[in-house]
Design a protein around this ligand. Structure first.
Ligand code: GLN
Length: 465
């Protein structure tokens, strides 16, 4: 389902169409935490009557917002996130608050408190996370646009596993006001569509300066969808050599190679680049230390006192202890232990501050290369979506450390980065990732459009029977 096709349907029918799909899919995909039945078009804009799904960490006034965590299972915000306001002003209607890994801390969407989300291509496989519910609804053709958040790759990885377009723009491009935070220096709003043109249009609606978010940028918002140009003649593109080499699946490399050859045929200038191997092995540990430390601090307000689920006790301390003990899954608590450990004063220098310095080195190396080229290209993942019962991987292999975690570079540097379909392996989708210089979303969309022309996968969705 794409925005243009939906526009051919009378406005009054669009919501009913999406709602029927969202409801019909719930048994199979478990993609929604709350289904929104009674939303209405409030304005006439670029998304007039277009049904949109929102990840459940996005505050919606009067509509439950749980972040898939027991600790927030009764939380009803009293205000809308800025992007919710913007979508309303554009005429969008909301049909679902979607499933996600608890508090966005995960990459599988197996850790939602409502149970795992299922991949439309194979119900026994994960969608990827943490924005898995949003990805599943777009991939299954229920909505043409769904919003997610991306702290490490939480939009771009599920986009790859579900065969759709997933965009994480530059840091500051989309306001984060009203998004339940995870790690503030890495958090971005991102979103899913079924094609590049819709992705460009969505950014026009979502982006822009917001005084309520101090990290929001003043950079001008362009009419991205009108500027699209698939001509890559003379474009300088770099293959991310470390990622390519770390992938063992030859069919994923072949699909990637085919696209590269076609881009070269269209006049792109291709080279392969390598970054320091030791730095690349640090991507995941660096991310994990910074993300968990920031999360531990950000989530200290989830204590049962101010809002959310409360378990009573004799003292304030008892309330907090009981609420936090029962409110978070063990997966989250493990991360808080790791976060707290690197926040201890005696550990800060050798853990958190070191990780911040390594982050800087990684970003400098990448920016240095991006002076020479317009974009860095790599397979988004070295595999198809793992099975729900077998998410295990060797966490010390290059395949995991580099190929499965390279997209975090976009979060480290605040760089625009997107994934789009590059083909299939065993009838399951695989994705390609593009990362560009900050605020060069326009260039990123052009390169993506050229790739979409090559793959012919524009608007592809999977009918779930
Ligand atoms: N998989 C990463 C994590 O578990 C990324 C999550 C995200 O981007 N929100 O932290």
């Amino acid at each position: 389902m794409d925005i243009r096709t939906l526009e051919e349907m009378p406005i009054s029918e669009r919501k009913a169409y999406a709602l029927k799909k969202v409801k019909g899919l719930q048994d199979k995909l478990n993609a929604s935490i709350t289904i929104i039945e009674d939303d209405e078009v409030k304005a006439d804009g670029k998304l007039m009557g277009i049904p949109v799904a929102l990840k459940d960490n996005i505050s919606t006034k009067g509509i439950k917002t749980t972040a898939a965590s027991d600790i927030l299972d009764n939380y009803v915000p009293v205000y809308d996130a800025t992007i919710v306001k913007k979508l309303k002003e554009a005429g969008a209607i909301f049909v679902s608050k979607t499933s996600m890994d608890e508090l966005a801390m995960g990459g599988t969407n197996r850790t939602a408190n409502i149970g795992p989300c299922h991949n439309p291509y194979d119900l026994d496989r994960i969608t990827g996370g943490s924005s898995g519910g949003s990805a599943a609804l777009v991939a299954a053709g229920a909505v043409p646009l769904a919003i997610g958040s991306d702290t490490g790759d939480s939009v771009r990885k599920p986009a790859a596993y579900c065969g759709i377009v997933g965009v994480k723009p530059s840091y500051g491009r989309i306001s984060r006001y009203g998004i339940i935070p995870y790690a503030s220096s890495l958090d971005h709003v991102g979103y899913f569509t079924t094609n590049v043109e819709d992705a460009a249009l969505a950014l026009e609606v979502l982006a822009g300066r917001d005084d309520l978010d101090m990290t929001s940028s003043y950079e001008e918002v362009l009419e991205y969808s009108k500027l699209l140009d698939a001509n890559v003649k003379g474009r300088r593109l770099a293959i991310f050599g470390n990622v390519y080499d770390a992938i063992s699946d030859s069919s994923i490399k072949e699909a990637f190679d085919k696209i590269i050859v076609s881009l070269e045929d269209k006049g792109a200038i291709i080279k392969k680049v390598y970054f320091d191997g030791d730095l690349m092995k640090c991507l995941f540990p660096t991310y994990f230390i910074i993300a968990n430390a920031e999360a531990t601090a950000n989530h200290s307000n989830l204590d049962g006192v101010r809002f959310g689920h409360r378990i009573d006790g004799d003292s304030m301390e008892d309330v907090m202890m009981a609420t936090r003990t029962r409110g978070f899954s063990s997966f989250i608590k493990k991360r808080f232990v790791i976060g707290s450990y690197s926040l201890f004063e005696e550990n800060q220098e050798r853990l958190l501050k070191k990780a911040q310095r390594v982050r800087r080195l990684i970003v400098e190396a990448v920016l240095n290369e991006l002076k020479e080229v317009d974009a860095l290209l790599a397979p988004a993942s070295g595999s198809i979506a793992p099975r729900l019962d077998d998410p295990s991987s060797d966490e010390l292999s290059d395949e995991y450390l580099i190929a499965e975690n390279h997209m975090v570079i976009g979060n480290f540097g605040g760089l625009p980065s997107m994934t789009l379909p590059m083909g299939f392996k065993d009838d399951l989708p695989i994705g390609i990732n593009i990362t560009c210089n900050a605020f060069k979303e326009e260039e990123m969309f052009d390169i993506a459009l050229a790739i979409e022309d090559i793959t012919g996968l524009k608007g592809h969705v999977k009918e779930v029977l």
